[in-house]
Design a binder for this molecule. Structure first.
Ligand code: AMP
Length: 287
C-alpha cells in the first residue's frame, strides 16, 4: 500500500505543514507544476527525494502566465489522477490551491522579471514570465523550501527563476533536472495530449532539428547562422506548421551569438496544428 501525500488546499495549511517539517529539522524539496503529470514531472520528484527528506509538489494552473487566446481554458486538469501518481511516486505533500486564493480580487503586486525573460518566449508571449515569476515567488513564500526543482525542458523559465531568486535574495537553491523524452526523442509535455496521430508524428521534427544542430556543432560548425538555418530546414522537412524561433544563444543571458561555443544552447518554439511546442538542447550535449 502506498501512502497518499498530504493534500494541502490553503496557504495556511501549507505553512503549517512546512513549520512542522522545519521543527523536525527536515530538508525540504519543492516541485512546482501545473499538473497533468507525466514522467518529466515525476523525475523532478525523484531527484528531490535523493537530496531532501520531504517533498511538496504544487499543482496550480496559473492563469496569469497565459496570454489572451492561449490554452488556459483547455489546459488538462486531472487532480485525482495526479494525486494517484504522486502517491505511487511518494510525494510527501501536495499543495493544490484554488485560483481565487492565489489571486484574490484585490491582488495587484507583480514581479518584474529579470532581463533574461525578454528574448525568445518573452518576445512571443508578452507577460508570460511576469506571471511565472510572480507565482513562483508566491509559492516560495508559502513553501520556503531548501531546494526547488525545475526541468531543463523550460530552459528560459529556469534561467528567469535562477536570476529572480538571486536578485530578490530568496534563499532556496534552484536545481535543474534533465529533460525526459519519449523513446523517439520528443520531450514529454502536458501539451502533447493535444496532438493528433499525424501531428504527433510531425512533432518529432522539433527534437530532430535540435539534435541536428548539436551534431553539426560537434562536427565543427560554429557559425550560429548556419546552425539556425539547419534547424529551420529540418523543421520544414517534418512539416512543422510554424516556427516562432529556432535560435542558438548563450546559456547565461540567452543573447544571440555569432560564433557558437560549448556554453550555448539551441532553443525552438514551433507550432504543430494549434499546439505550441518548446524544446532545447545544449550544443555540447550528447558528446
Ligand atoms: P509544467 O507543469 O509544464 O509547468 O512543468 C512543471 C515542471 O516540470 C517545470 O519545471 C518543467 O520544466 C518540468 N518539466 C516539464 N516537462 C518536462 C520534461 N519532459 N522533462 C523534465 N522536466 C519537465
Amino acid at each position: 500500500m502506498t501512502r497518499s501525500p498530504q493534500l494541502l488546499r490553503t496557504a495556511a495549511q501549507a505553512r503549517a505543514c512546512m513549520q512542522r517539517w522545519r521543527d523536525k529539522g527536515l530538508r525540504i524539496g519543492l516541485v512546482p507544476t501545473m499538473g497533468a503529470l507525466h514522467q518529466g514531472h515525476l523525475s523532478l520528484l525523484q531527484r528531490s527525494r535523493q537530496t531532501c527528506d520531504v517533498t511538496a509538489v504544487t499543482i496550480f494552473v496559473n492563469p496569469t502566465q497565459f496570454g489572451p487566446g492561449e490554452d488556459f481554458e483547455r489546459y488538462p486538469r486531472q487532480l485525482q489522477h495526479d494525486l494517484d501518481l504522486l502517491a505511487d511516486a511518494r510525494a510527501t505533500a501536495v499543495f493544490a490551491p484554488q485560483a481565487e486564493a492565489m489571486y484574490p480580487p484585490d491582488h495587484s503586486t507583480w514581479v518584474d522579471p529579470p532581463a533574461v525573460a525578454r528574448p525568445l518566449e518573452g518576445a512571443f508571449r508578452p507577460g508570460h514570465f511576469r506571471g511565472v515569476a510572480t507565482i513562483v515567488l508566491k509559492l516560495l513564500q508559502i513553501l520556503p523550501a531548501d531546494d526547488a526543482f525545475f526541468g531543463q525542458k523550460d530552459f528560459q523559465q529556469l534561467r528567469v527563476i535562477q536570476d529572480m531568486v538571486r536578485d530578490l535574495n530568496v534563499p532556496t537553491r534552484i536545481i535543474m533536472c534533465p529533460t525526459v523524452r519519449e523513446p523517439d526523442g520528443l520531450a514529454l509535455s502536458s501539451r502533447n495530449a493535444y496532438l493528433s496521430q499525424d501531428q504527433r508524428a510531425r512533432a518529432v521534427g522539433v527534437v530532430r532539428a535540435l539534435q541536428g544542430a548539436c551534431q553539426l556543432f560537434q562536427q565543427g560548425e560554429c557559425d550560429s547562422g548556419r546552425l539556425q538555418h539547419h534547424m529551420r530546414e529540418v523543421l520544414e522537412a517534418h512539416q512543422i506548421d510554424a516556427v516562432d524561433y529556432a535560435a542558438v544563444v548563450d546559456q547565461q543571458g540567452l543573447r544571440p551569438v555569432e560564433l557558437a561555443t560549448d556554453r550555448c544552447v539551441a532553443l525552438i518554439a514551433a507550432r504543430v496544428g494549434n499546439t505550441r511546442l518548446i524544446d532545447n538542447m545544449f550544443l555540447a550535449e550528447g558528446r
